[in-house]
Design a protein around this ligand. Sequence first.
Ligand SMILES: [Ca+2]
Length: 454
Amino acid sequence: MKKLFLAIALCCAFLPAFSQKEKISDKDLVNVIYAMGQMYPDGFTLDLNTMRQPTEGLMVSYKETQNSFDRKSLPAVIKHAHAHENLVGGWYNPEEDRYYFDSTRCFPEDSLAAAVEFARQNDQHTVYVASKDINIWTNYEQKDIRVILDCDMGSSTDDLFALMMLYRYMDMKRCNLIGVIVDRMGKANADIVDVLNNFYGYPDIPIGLETQGIPDPHVFITYHNLPYARSTEAVPMFKRSVGDNGSYMESYKLYRKLLAAQPDKSVTIASIGFVTSLARLLESGPDEYSPLSGVELVRRKVKEIYAMGGVFGDAVEPDYNFKAAIDFSLKFFELLPKEVDIVFSPGEVGDPLDYRPETVIADMDWTDLHPIKWTYQFLNCDTGQKMWDPQAVINAVEGDQLYKLSPRGWVTLTPNGETLFREDPKGNARYQYPGDPVWCDMVLKYIRLMAIQH
Ligand SMILES: [Ca+2]
């Protein structure tokens, strides 16, 4: 407590001095910064120009000052900060009983890809997001993750955010989205993906469309008119690569084409809609793309599947995604090779992640024209929509670091759409456990951070 008072006294003493534009000596800065380290053991950033903690910005430490600890290191840290951005950060490491200090660079919060790249170049493990008080891990292994997204675009809006996450991961060079499958029939639903591909700067990502799926599944939010939105001067609002008269490949054929061209065991599928196209892929025979059957193609090329769906634990009730297309779902569970890992993301994992419509619109105030914002401005999205689908995508790219998964086992699907889990160390299936409130808050902030990138 004595230390705390000391720190407050020092900080208060220097703020008026700053307002009078008197220069604070570096010796006094050492005392202030060291005191702040004691006040904020979890970490702080101090702007030496204003003597205040920035409330916004992506903070990354410079490599040159990374092994600076305790009071003796501060003169060099301050010198580096003066020569760069006049930002100093610090935190207390209880295991070593040491205060670490560093000179910090601040990026705008909409520049995550640049901040992450700088952090990696500077051997830093995290980017700190000042406005959200979260850390983004940056010391991930740069894996060659090739993702196919299989979505039911055009109903719930969480598909939009899942796809958005993948573009942002592409910006950070964390994955390669090699194709998008739309398993909800209707060209408009594929046109939505075409709009998003163009909006996010990836106009050439191939899109496949299901044509033999389930007829007229329920539509929760009718945003299928999004691709055809026009300004008051009748000019199309959103760019598309595939025009009104263009067409899309049959979805299971695109799966076959993409898989055939990839190295063995290299493809991750994020399935966030029905499994109609996956079932048709598994039932397919040799064609112009591969002499292999669909089952063999999946066995050989697919590394893992992350699937939004399943109900586990004490509850035994049908899952929406599997129940809605039950014949296809039963076929999928029957034919999926046992060597292919599958991680289920039950609805209860995304349930607490409530990205409110007004918050979505506010987060996208950086542009007038945004396909997701358009959806939220012109349609009622306050329908109990939660961030379910992004959980499969985030897990697919981030790996298991962010998620707590069940032990291995086997999952069988009943004709009623219930998913039954039987634990077995040799099993190919695991499922995500719901996170605690702190985890849910962090992941929602992460999704929101991706929404403001541009
Ligand atoms: Ca979905």
